[in-house]
Design a protein around this ligand. Structure first.
Ligand code: GPP
Ligand code: IPE
Length: 295
């Protein structure tokens, strides 16, 4: 039943994402094809799921929150396209296919990422989205995503990631880097879902505690899979961290300790859900599945 609920939500998000893509136009055909290529190429859709699930358990209208769920997936997809560029991690595969720049070229891939990020904000602040959730909540949700995606969040974390290539960094710096690079959007998804539903302070706090824990666990598992996974299942290269001399939880703690850390964080996330009265089954299952995932 839970899996069916998750699959239905993912299908709903996928359909809506397709609707939001710009219409084909001869002038920008290549750009729009590049946006479509990465946005509709699968992906686990974790961030939209989190946003919609927190919205639901806080008593919000999941259909009204859909544009915001799509927006966070657009912002995430932009980050993947840019992360794979030769000036960043230089990875050739993503979501089981050649990376965006391998198909469309670096220039178009860069612009497709830019356009997806911009489309995220256009989607959240459209007349329709504002009518559905009200101006105050729409602006609050867009503000959360803006903060999380930028210099104090994902982009800030990515800069530290690039700067620390070839160096050994402290566990504290690594944790801060991962909390920003990966955790910020995951935290934003949870907060946006709460804000869109008009959650109270204690619900918001519990959601933040859950999302911070799974956000860090998520990146630790990503680091582990880069060593132990297989590229066909993952849909992206393995050994990329090693190739780029990245300092990760695996290099600093070793595989076993990294796994233990991810499991401890998952337990903490599930405990944080006790802050909600009921309806947290999907979120607790999601936390457990993310830590044991193979892709
Ligand atoms: C502003 C930008 C470009 C942010 C990138 C955010 C991101 C994809 C983090 C995960 O990095 P990773 O390199 O560990 O992920 P993967 O293993 O999927 O390549
Ligand atoms: C933040 C990281 C670790 C990049 C990959 O994110 P996901 O593992 O959520 O990628 P998709 O499922 O969306 O492809």
């Amino acid at each position: 039943m839970l899996n069916q609920q998750v699959n239905e939500t993912v299908e709903l998000v996928d359909r809506k994402l397709e609707e939001y893509l710009p219409q084909q136009d001869i002038m920008q055909a290549d750009l729009i094809n590049a946006m479509r290529y990465s946005l509709l190429s699968g992906g686990k859709r974790i961030r939209p799921l989190l946003l919609l699930e927190f919205c639901r358990i806080c008593g919000g209208d999941v259909h009204a929150a859909l544009p915001f769920a799509c927006a966070i997936e657009m912002a995430h997809t932009y980050s993947l396209i840019h992360d794979d560029l030769p000036c960043m991690d230089d990875d050739d595969m993503r979501r089981g296919r050649p990376s965006n720049h391998k198909v469309f070229g670096e220039d178009t891939a860069l612009l497709a990422g830019d356009a997806l990020l911009t489309l995220a904000f256009e989607t959240m602040l459209s007349e329709e989205s504002v009518r559905l959730v009200g101006a105050e909540r729409a602006v609050a949700a867009a503000g959360i995503l803006a903060h999380a995606a930028g210099a104090y969040g994902m982009v800030g974390g990515q800069v530290v990631d690039l700067m620390s290539e070839g160096r050994v960094i402290s566990l504290k710096t690594l944790q801060e880097m991962d909390e920003n690079k990966t955790g910020a959007l995951i935290l934003a998804a949870a907060k946006m879902g709460c804000v869109l539903a008009g959650a109270n302070e204690s619900q918001l706090k519990a959601a933040e505690n859950y999302a911070k824990a799974i956000g860090l666990a998520f990146q630790i598992v990503d680091d582990i899979l880069d060593v132990t996974g297989d590229s066909e299942t993952l849909g992206k290269p393995v050994g990329s961290d090693d190739e780029n001399s990245k300092c990760t939880y695996v290099t600093l703690m070793g595989l076993d300790n990294a796994k233990i850390k991810a499991l401890e964080l998952t337990d903490a996330a599930v405990r944080a859900l006790e802050g909600f009265e009921s309806g947290t089954e999907v979120l607790s299952q999601l936390a457990r599945e993310l830590v044991s995932r193979d892709k």
